[in-house]
Design a protein around this ligand. Structure first.
Ligand code: GTP
Ligand code: SPV
Ligand code: MN
Length: 636
């Protein structure tokens, strides 16, 4: 007989998994690849979180974490757009911290070059394993007490491609989890590719704020600025980052893995991991060429990668805006490049519908905005959007100050390093091959920086070695992307000064060595400067969409057109060989190579490179410097 008085109860059989005494609240620990389990168990014990959450990359997961962050006040929904949020950090945690970034190897000179005595090396910082152990022993034990530990499986590059690399990031920041989901491929698919004991890059991140809190949390943004430490162990493919939640400090797939660790893997395996955008240019005849370009942080990669051409008949498509992994194809000899990322973490100030409409259109949904201003009607706002926002609009600045647009010109809505984080697939001009696991063939490599004085709009290298010299002598004005203050011109060879994971001398030699294989089709190398100033400190070049005119010249050079002439610093455009129709620019000022400037510059470059790299400076570069000196002395 049926017992009708008893209510129906559904029975769930819940197995609570634990590591030590820490419960796994989501995911099946025991089904993870063995080598992951071993490392995780150690980290869980070390960091002592309240619980562990193994991420699967699903939409439900994102929703759950987002809701939590909104509830807590770390994120605010921007009601003007779909699924987009704004975040204001602790004002002490706003950029990469280069002074606290280290490479750890047994041999010091595996990490940094033999700088001359008395010279402080700025091409990477080394710390010994024993000193680093002390630093970490002081920080890591119990660093996640009272917090959730998230386990994020991710792939840099298309999942399963032979060019891709897998990482697992542990973090106690759910803001980091949400950003990693935009910037990398987060999925439980990853575990399948780690069977058979395959290698993965171990990434540990903690904001360094265990509970109970001993310090006040500002803006619901946990961080520990006094104790920031970002350390890399390239020999064992490991990154540990402590104390910061911002950008390159905490999204470990980006600079830490895809440049510093991958750079070292690339050195070992014979390829390149570079701070470069990847784009294509199609001319009016329908011919498409791919190029890669390296500029230092906040010097124009995102803008170039998605530029809107002002020359009719040209099409630009974007493959990536920050990082390129490139290798010479063994069969064809082509240099093939992939973008290992899936999102843009772009500088917000200065971005608008005129300078970079494609970036604006990319971040109108599914995006996170950090340290920008908010309009009273739930939109984003930053310096550069003045002409697209009605005067009188009420703004809440990133520091929480309210003001009306246009009333007080001294008010700033955003931090200069404020960023948008948005999915690359939303970019209106994303290339349909942007996720091609085979990559795209690169015809030209461009280097550049912010050079207010002396440096022409474009220079083509005489040959491969001279191109590598151009990249080695790269300098640029400092920007807000890291902690440098003021606008000083700094050396930033290859735009990689903050991102190289091994001895910079070996790095330059690695580039030089690609010439030794006659099968390699070496791309032409160029140097550009959008930032030359006139005597009134105004830019001589309009930049942005008009940069297509320079790209067009570069592409025509890769086709062998006779439009270049020799100067003491390289090949420069023959007069009027760049299409300037519709522009008013002073060609002579833009292209001049002032003898006095370059005479001093080459002396300073020699002394800097020799001081920094000592005997690790490749001989070929010394020869290049001598040749440049000779050429300059011959200018009338
Ligand atoms: P990271 O993401 O830090 O690596 O920077 P990035 O190299 O991608 O720089 P981005 O394109 O975001 O540009 C940074 C700043 O430079 C923005 O404020 C732009 O407005 C400005 N900028 C970019 N291109 C040009 C240009 O052609 N001319 C001028 N004058 N400014 C530019
Ligand atoms: C850079 O600084 O070059 C960036 C921003 O691209 S961050 O991700 O913070 O490194
Ligand atoms: Mn960058």
């Amino acid at each position: 007989m049926e017992d009708v008085n008893v209510p129906f109860v559904e029975v769930h059989y819940i197995t609570i998994q634990q590591v030590g005494n820490v419960p796994i609240t989501k995911g099946d620990f025991q089904s993870l690849p063995h080598q992951v389990q071993t490392w995780l168990a150690q980290m869980i014990q070390l960091c002592a979180p309240r619980a562990v959450y193994i991420c699967d990359g699903s939409e439900e997961e994102a929703e759950m974490v987002t809701n939590k962050l909104v509830e807590r006040g770390t994120l605010t929904k921007l009601t003007k757009y779909e699924n987009s949020y704004i975040c204001w950090t602790d004002p002490r945690d706003v950029a990469r911290v280069e002074s606290k970034t280290f490479i750890v190897t047994n041999n010091k000179y595996a990490s940094i070059p033999h700088s001359r005595e008395g010279v402080k090396c700025v091409l990477g910082q080394w710390m010994s394993p024993s000193d680093m152990k002390q630093e970490l022993d002081d920080r890591l034990p119990g660093c996640m007490a009272g917090r959730m530990l998230y386990v994020i499986p991710f792939s840099m590059g298309p999942i399963g491609s032979p060019l891709s690399k897998i990482g697992v990031q542990i973090t106690d920041s759910n803001y980091v989890l949400l950003s990693m989901r935009i910037m990398t491929r987060v999925s439980s698919e990853i575990w399948k590719h780690l069977r058979h004991n395959e290698e993965f890059v171990k990434c540990l991140h903690s904001t360094g704020v265990p509970r109970p809190h001993t310090q006040k949390i500002i803006n619901n943004w946990p961080c520990n600025p006094e104790k920031i430490l970002i350390c890399h162990f390239p020999d064992i493919r490991k990154v540990i980052s402590y104390g910061s939640g911002y950008g390159g400090n905490s999204l470990l797939g980006k600079k830490c893995f895809a440049l510093r660790i991958a750079g070292r893997i690339a050195y070992d395996e014979g390829w390149l991991a570079e701070h470069m955008l990847i784009m294509s240019i199609t001319n009016p005849k329908g011919e498409e060429k791919f190029i890669a370009a390296a500029f230092p942080s906040a010097c124009g990669k995102t803008n170039l990668a998605m530029l809107t051409p002002t020359m009719p008949g040209y099409t630009v498509r974007c493959i990536g805006d920050d990082i390129a992994w490139m290798r010479f194809d063994k069969q064809t000899g082509e240099l093939r490049a992939i973008n290992p990322e899936t999102g843009f973490f772009g500088v917000a100030p200065g971005t608008n519908m005129k300078t970079n409409p494609n970036a604006i259109l990319t971040c109108l949904k599914n995006s996170i905005f950090t340290n920008v201003g908010e309009t009273a009607d739930g939109g984003f706002y930053w310096e550069g959007l003045e002409n697209e926002t009605p005067p009188g609009t009420e703004i809440i600045s990133w520091t929480g100050e309210r003001y009306k647009l246009g009333e007080d010109k001294t008010k700033k809505s955003s931090h200069p390093n404020a960023r948008f984080c948005c999915p690359a697939r939303q970019c209106p001009i994303i290339h349909d091959r942007w996720e091609d696991p085979a990559g795209v063939p690169i015809s030209a490599i461009i280097f550049g920086g912010r050079r207010p004085e002396g440096v022409p709009l474009v220079i083509e290298s005489f040959d491969w070695k001279h191109g590598i010299f151009l990249a080695s002598q790269l300098k640029s004005e400092t920007t807000a992307a890291a902690e440098h203050t003021g606008k000083q011109i700094m050396h930033d060879p290859f735009a990689m000064r903050p991102f190289v994971g091994y001895n910079f001398g070996h790095y330059i030699q690695h580039w030089l060595d690609f010439e030794k294989d006659p099968k390699n089709k070496l791309p032409k190398i160029f140097h550009v400067n959008w930032f030359r100033l006139d005597e009134n400190k105004k830019f001589l070049w309009p930049g942005f969409g008009d940069n297509i005119r320079v790209l067009d010249w570069i592409v025509r050079r890769t086709n062998g057109e006779d439009i270049a002439e020799i100067s003491s610093v390289g090949l420069i455009p023959k007069k009027d060989s760049i299409n300037l129709q519709g522009l008013i620019v002073d060609w002579d000022k833009l292209m001049s190579v002032p003898k006095d400037y370059w005479k001093d510059d080459i002396e300073e470059t020699l002394s800097w490179l020799d001081g920094q790299l000592g005997d690790d400076l490749p001989h070929d570069i010394r020869i290049q410097i001598e040749q440049q000196k000779q050429r300059i002395s011959q200018i009338n």
